[in-house]
Design a protein around this ligand. Structure first.
Ligand code: SF4
Length: 703
């Protein structure tokens, strides 16, 4: 905070960063945030991490967009990112809202009428509220006439959700993260909570202090390793080998729970037959973990009275991401570790509202509450409510939409608060695709790398400038409140979506986000019992919550599963190697991710003074061993190259990285890691393999 300055008022709201969903209070004076205090929310008990406490002054940045912008007719799209640093808006002219909305809608309508609805697509945002996500997907489905609607969940937990829906009939967590207080064993696999979910990590550390056993399974070392009883630092990409060896051990040693399996599951015999071949002895050389350690991990997990599994992008961002998650689900089902205190499956959600945006239908295959668009009865229900036909075809996903744009099949897009020109794999391809579009409308708070390619830019509001509901990783629907006024002519996102909808022929008349929320809960049984008034009163309500007097359920599936048979399914898996393996030309494994201080593509945190001062420039993290062998010194500039591109950045020595592996954060536009990454997709989740591709190191004086 500013020393000596007293706040005029305090506004109770939420942290806009990660899926933990910490509750906090903004202290405000003169329409500026002075400081932030943690509140006693269910997910944080007054705790905040460095992003929650210090990551706010991006809202006051001079770079905020304050006027609608229209691309100049003489501004070539392929040169969108070549700008005069003194005038970053070189390629645009300021416009009135009326003109900008007219041009934005007319371009989309023209493509809908000439090429057809499937030549259009929309990317909504996991940073927006539930109401914004709901309105955005409703606009794309009923105004554009297509299911080509997706958001960054596709780059995050799409594979986990595919496996969970297939296996247990629901894509959300089965227990909140703080349920680990009641666990006696905790597995954290492919997740770095101390960096990406720091406040959730404190609950895991507290559980260990209280006596729980922690098993960390990760190719990289991390903050939780110090607290772990066992760290399986396995070879990246060999998850299925490792997990099937654990499943094999549990079955072979009679450690499974036959009563649970008989009562609540199906297809156990198929799993048993498949893993017969996956003995720890056989898998040990593949995954680089001794057979005895694989057995020890399996025995610890299976012998626990109650155990939880946490996972993150290390599991999901693979071409075998769905298989990885299938194995974790099988571990829990085998041992009855679902639906009781201290037990559960918890894919840690990344964005503050990735759970809610997915629930609200911001995905190409599901209408709100995960009801399939290709189910006639489901469509009839929504068509009756919305008064418009819905396309029976599932839409394309994020990477598929960019591919379709690249080959000219998608001609127009509406992007709200997403930054594919940083977040998506193979940036050369993505940026060409964006430049190829006939018409791109971007709704943003900054001139992001994606907005630079727009035909029309609509200046939007930040989290702190609006009211809305947000659903955290625990399925807790919480309320975020407006703390300050938006700058200049920036407008509320729900208002912008509605203005476009009206110009595309829809007769919407929402007056506040609460109207959209009210409509959602009529259509979504999972949140039917949560009224806006209840949210305002209670601040946080967990779904499923079907009636006004329903307290909401934290631990679910104690008495069966929401599948056709009421049982959960075992889905056996086999080893499929990563799409691109290291070889003589590209001998390293490149993996990408986040760091504590920066959020995703950096649009917010690179403009947050304290956070950017701590981590101001990009680094490639190398093991001491590789640094020594290559004769590279810490701080030296190196070039990292893959088959898709090359970037130059400094080398950082990192003892947590295994030899043969490079780690690069993807938040730095000046050395964007996604120029390097592989766009190969998981066949079920359609998630790209951001955690694994082949790379080589070059000296910068080499050509
Ligand atoms: Fe915000 Fe997540 Fe940190 Fe909590 S843990 S303060 S929600 S970034």
């Amino acid at each position: 905070g500013l020393p000596g300055k007293q706040p005029e008022r305090e506004v109770d709201s939420l942290c806009p960063y990660c899926g933990v969903g910490c509750q906090l209070t903004f202290q405000v004076s003169d329409n500026r945030i002075l400081a932030v205090k943690g509140r006693d929310g269910p997910a944080n008990h007054n705790r905040l991490c460095v992003k929650g406490r210090y990551g706010f002054d991006y809202v006051h940045s001079k770079e905020r967009l304050t006027k609608p912008l229209i691309r100049r007719t003489d501004a070539p799209k392929e040169r969108s990112l070549e700008v005069d640093p003194a005038n970053p808006l070189t390629h645009f002219r300021e416009a009135s809202w009326e003109d900008a909305l007219e041009v934005a809608a007319a371009g989309l309508a023209r493509i809908r009428e000439t090429t057809g609805p499937d030549a259009l697509a929309g990317f909504g945002s996991a940073k927006g509220s539930n109401e914004e996500a709901y309105l955005f997907q409703k606009l794309v489905r009923t105004g554009f006439g297509t299911n080509n609607i997706d958001h960054c969940t596709r780059l995050c937990h799409a594979s986990s959700v595919a496996a969970l829906i297939e296996g247990i009939g629901s894509g959300a967590v089965t227990a909140p993260f703080y349920e680990c207080e009641n666990s006696d064993v905790i597995i954290v696999i492919g997740a770095t909570p101390t960096v990406n979910h720091p406040v959730a990590a404190t609950f895991i550390k507290n559980a260990v202090k209280r006596g729980a056993t922690l098993i960390v399974i990760d190719p990289r070392g991390q903050g939780l390793t110090r607290h772990a009883h066992l760290h399986l630092q396995f070879r990246g990409g060999t998850d299925v080998a490792l997990l099937n060896a654990m499943i094999h051990t549990i079955i072979a040693e009679g450690l499974s729970d036959p009563d649970y399996i008989a009562r609540f599951t199906q297809d156990f015999d198929a799993l048993k037959a498949r893993v017969a071949d996956y003995s720890p002895e056989k898998m040990a050389p593949l995954c680089g973990i001794p057979a005895e350690v694989l057995r020890r991990a399996a025995r610890l997990y299976a012998s626990a009275k109650a155990a939880m599994i946490f996972w993150g992008m290390g599991i999901s961002q693979h071409t075998h991401g769905t298989d990885n998650a299938r194995c974790l689900i099988a571990l829990a089902l085998l041992t009855g570790n679902i639906g009781k205190p201290g037990a559960g499956l918890h894919p840690l959600r990344g964005q503050n509202n990735v759970q809610g945006a997915s629930d609200a239908g911001l995905i190409p295959m599901f209408l709100p509450d995960y009801r399939s668009v290709d189910d006639n009865a489901v469509r009839a229900l929504f068509e009756a409510a919305w008064g418009r036909p819905i396309d029976p075809q599932k839409g394309l996903t994020v990477v598929e939409i960019m591919d379709a744009a690249h080959r000219g099949a998608i001609r127009g897009m509406y992007i709200m608060g997403e930054n594919p020109a940083m977040s998506d794999p193979d940036q050369t391809h993505v940026r060409q695709a964006l430049a190829t579009l006939d018409h791109l409308v971007v709704q943003e708070i900054f001139l992001t790398e994606t907005a630079a390619f727009a035909d029309v830019i609509l200046p939007a509001t930040s989290f702190l400038e609006k009211d809305g509901s947000f659903t955290n990783t625990n399925r807790q629907v919480q309320i975020g409140r407006q703390a300050i006024e938006p700058p200049g002519e920036a407008r509320q996102d729900w208002w912008i979506i509605q203005e476009l909808a009206r110009r595309l022929g829809l007769d919407w008349a929402y007056a506040h986000p609460r109207d959209a929320f009210e409509e959602m809960r009529q259509l979504m049984p999972s949140i039917r019992g949560i009224s806006w008034q209840r949210l305002e009163r209670e601040g946080s309500v967990t779904y499923p919550c079907e009636a006004a007097d329903d307290p909401g359920q934290e631990v679910i599936f104690g008495d069966g599963f929401p599948t056709a048979s009421g049982r959960a399914r075992f889905v056996p898996t086999d080893i499929r190697p990563p799409d691109e393996l290291p070889d003589g030309d590209y001998p390293f494994i490149l993996t990408t991710g986040r760091i504590l201080e920066h959020w995703h593509t950096g649009a917010m945190t690179r403009r947050a003074t304290v956070l950017d001062a701590i981590e101001p420039e990009p680094f490639c993290h190398l093991s001491p061993d590789d640094m020594g062998k290559a004769g590279i010194l810490p701080g030296e500039t190196i070039r990292v190259r893959t088959r898709r591109g090359a970037i130059e950045l400094k080398a950082r020595l990192d003892r947590d990285v295994s030899s043969g592996t490079l780690f690069i954060p993807f938040c730095y536009a000046e050395a964007a890691a996604n120029f390097l990454t592989n766009p190969a997709l998981d066949p079920d989740g359609k998630i790209p393999e951001l955690k694994f591709c082949a790379a080589r190191l070059e000296r910068t004086n080499e050509a």
